[in-house]
Structure formats: C-alpha cells, structure tokens
Design a protein around this ligand. Structure first.
Ligand code: FAD
Ligand code: NAP
Length: 339
C-alpha cells in the first residue's frame, strides 16, 4: 500500500510553483500500488486528482481528497515488425528522458517532441504537440485504471478521440481514468518531419547527410531554450491559451482588417489562429501585474514571480477580454484549473 500522507505541499509538484496543499497525497510506482491507492480513496469517498510533472495545471487552492503523484516506470520494446518498433512506456517516465532514450535505442519518431516538460502519462491528455508532430501520430494504445470501479482498461487510438490539444480525457472521460502506461509505434528507420517553418530554417544550413533524428532533437531543444522560460528559473505552464480555431469566414474578415494576422488553414476547412500573435498584438507581451506577468519573448506564456493563482487568473481574464474586444475571438485556457 502506498504511503498516504496528509496536508502535503504541492508547491514543488507544479511548475507555476503555486503554494497549494493536498488533503491527502501519495506517490505510486506500480500498477498494484495505484489500484490500492484508488481503492483507499473509493472506500472513503474521496475525490482523486492525478499529478504528473504539474506542468499543465493551475492550483488555485488546497486540493481536497487524494492527490496521486504518478511514478510508474518502464520503457520496454514489446514488438518488432519490419522497421516498426512497438514501445511500452510507464506513465511515470519523464517525457523528455523518454524521447532521448528512444533516440539512443534507434527508435525514431518522437524527436520533434523533445523538451516538452512533464511525464509520459499526461501526454495523451492534451495530445501533446510541437514542431509539426502530435503524440496521436505515434500512439498505439494505453492502459488505465477506471477511478470509480478500479477496473483496468485498454484504450485504442480511436477510443482516445484525439484532437488538436484534445482527447477523450478532456471531454467525456475527464476525471474517470488514471493512465498507467502507454504503447507507442516508432520506427527503426528515420522519417524526418521538417515541415515546421522554424525548424526548417534552423536546419537549412545543414548538409542533408547530416540530418538525423538526434540532430532534429538537439535543434528543437535549442529553439525551445532560446524562447521559452525554464519553469525552474521562471515558473510557468507553457502556453496559457490554446490556439483558437475559427470558421473560414471569420478568418477572412479578420485577415481583411488585420492583414498581417497569422492564420493556418486546417484540414477540416476551419482556420487556426496563433493565440500568441493575438495576445502580442493586444499589447500584452512583457506586461506585469504585481508578481505575475506575460513573458517578454513569448506572449502565450504567463509567468509567476511570487504571486498567487488568483492574480494569475485575473491577468488571464484581462488578456482574454482585451483579445475578445480587439479581435472578437474568444481564448480558451490550456492548463487545467484545480480544484
Ligand atoms: P500535469 O500538469 O501533471 O497534468 C496535466 C493534466 O493531466 C491534469 O489534468 C492531470 O490530472 C492529468 N494527468 C497527468 N497524468 C495523468 C495520468 N497518468 N493519468 C490521468 N491523468 C493524468 N504542451 C504541449 O502539448 N506542447 C508543448 O510544446 C509544450 N511545451 C511546454 C513548455 C513549457 C515550458 C511548459 C511549462 C509546458 C509545456 N507544455 C506543452 C504543456 C505540458 O508540458 C504538457 O501538457 C505535458 O504533457 C503535461 O505533463 P505533466 O506530467 O506535467 O501533466
Ligand atoms: P511559433 O513557432 O512561434 O508558432 C506560433 C504558432 O503558430 C504555434 O502555436 C503553431 O501552432 C503555429 N504554427 C507555426 N507554424 C505552423 C505551421 N506551419 N502549420 C500550422 N501551425 C503553425 O510557436 P512557439 O510558441 O515558439 O512554439 C513552437 C512549438 O512548440 C509549437 O508547435 C507549439 O505548439 C509548441 N509549444 C507548446 C507549448 C504549450 O504549452 N502547449 C509551449 C511552448 C511551445 P501549434 O501550436 O499548433 O504547433
């Protein structure tokens, strides 16, 4: 049975460094331990909250019930067919370490997703994506425990209903499952994805024979370090707002009024707008409000320099209002707000 403690500070368990506490807290390192912890909470009718790296949550107050810190390890080759490598990953593995480990074993496909903070088990929640690749493209299935029944289930890619920074775990399956492991389909043959413009530019000077997945990973890390604050230096949760996707007619009208607006047509006919551009053009880059603010290089990133969740959410609200007033576009928060 995992060691369950009470009134545990979660400040070091969330990358915004917000000072909330868990009513009860435990770390699980096995599937059995996870099942026992869930059973303990179920017997007492306690709410369950799972934390990975805490890099996509805003803790506004103490969290009631049981907070489970995911620590189930494991990176294992479970299938091999032609160039295809099927790899099973424990939900507690650090995502970036996983990317580097797969590269070192010549299992390719995760390189564009280098340096995303957090743990593997959270990756399906918002279908993490960066530099032109989304988790869903490498995903095979996952194993999870149903919180209310304790049953273990296996969910396929179709079951997960992946969308743009979205999945069933943010919709109908919200708060219903704890993911314990995930299976990915990687390849022993590099298949580089270099269509993302910033990545293309950064690699333009390279000799094509030098282009390897390891180099792509290194370059993605370099680009990220040059413009994104490290949460250990400047607490943040990455993008505070999702990129809005609007109907094409709205995008055409916006483009007529703001010709330099950044727009990306989507396969379904809608148009994705860059939330960072909207926030920047509404005048927010580098603005501070007390001990919270908007990062000076990346308008999508809100930073906490010693403030509280209420200040941060008030700033986010001010930004949303001003973007709505200026562009008529409603921004949605990307991180999950607790409790
Ligand atoms: P947490 O913040 O701990 O949890 C997030 C949500 O997932 C919570 O609702 C939690 O309950 C749930 N959850 C976590 N683990 C499990 C589990 N095992 N089972 C069930 N539910 C679970 N995101 C991107 O998509 N692309 C990026 O490029 C990117 N860059 C970032 C850069 C920075 C500097 C930062 C700070 C964040 C960035 N993010 C990015 C956001 C974040 O890193 C990802 O969403 C990441 O997957 C969150 O992982 P985590 O373990 O920290 O999740
Ligand atoms: P960027 O390269 O300055 O681009 C700004 C936005 O434009 C991005 O959000 C990206 O959308 C979109 N974009 C750029 N080129 C595109 C293309 N060819 N097709 C479709 N969309 C395009 O972005 P950035 O802020 O430095 O981030 C770089 C990458 O890391 C992005 O993929 C971003 O999603 C990811 N990232 C995510 C977070 C997070 O917390 N979610 C934090 C930091 C970085 P997409 O976001 O859809 O890619």
């Amino acid at each position: 049975m995992p060691d369950i403690q009470s009134a545990v500070s979660l400040q070091s368990y969330n990358t915004l460094s917000l000072p909330a506490r868990a009513e009860f807290f435990c770390r699980v390192e096995t599937l059995h331990g996870l099942q026992e912890a869930l059973c303990w909470a179920r017997d007492r009718n306690y709410r369950v909250t799972v934390l990975g790296g805490g890099s996509n949550v805003v803790l506004t107050a103490d969290v009631p019930g049981l907070v489970i810190a995911m620590g189930i390890p494991g990176i294992e080759l479970v299938g091999k067919q032609g160039v295809q490598r099927t790899v099973r990953v424990g939900a507690g593995e650090n995502w970036h370490q996983l990317v580097r480990t797969t590269l070192s074993r010549s299992w390719y496909g995760l390189e564009n997703l280098s340096l995303i903070p957090g743990l593997a088990g959270a990756a399906p929640i918002q279908n993490i994506g960066a530099y032109g690749v989304e988790l869903s493209e490498r995903f095979h299935s996952l194993e999870a425990v149903h919180i209310q029944t304790g049953d273990t289930v296996s969910l396929s890619r179709a079951d997960c209903c992946f969308g743009y920074r979205d999945s069933v775990f943010k919709q109908g399956g919200r708060d219903q499952y704890v993911i314990s492991s995930m299976t990915l389909t990687l390849s022993s043959e590099p298949e580089l994805r270099l269509d993302y413009p910033v990545l293309q530019q950064a690699l333009a000077q390279k000799n094509p024979s030098q282009l390897t997945p390891e180099l792509v990973s290194d370059v993605v890390c370099e680009i990220r370090r040059s413009k994104l604050p490290d949460p250990l230096d400047l607490p943040n949760v990455g993008s505070f707002f999702k990129n809005p996707v609007v109907p094409v007619q709205q995008a055409v009208m916006l483009k007529a009024e703001f010709p330099d607006m950044v727009t990306y047509p989507q396969a379904d006919g809608n148009v994705k707008l860059a939330a960072g551009w909207l926030v920047d053009r509404a005048g927010w880059k580098g603005v501070t409000r007390g001990n919270v603010g908007v990062h000076k290089l990346q308008a999508l990133v809100l930073i906490n320099t010693g403030g509280c969740a209420a200040e941060l959410l008030a700033l986010a609200d001010e930004i949303r209002q001003s973007v709505l007033t200026k562009f008529g576009v409603s921004l949605e928060l990307e991180p999950r707000v607790y409790p």
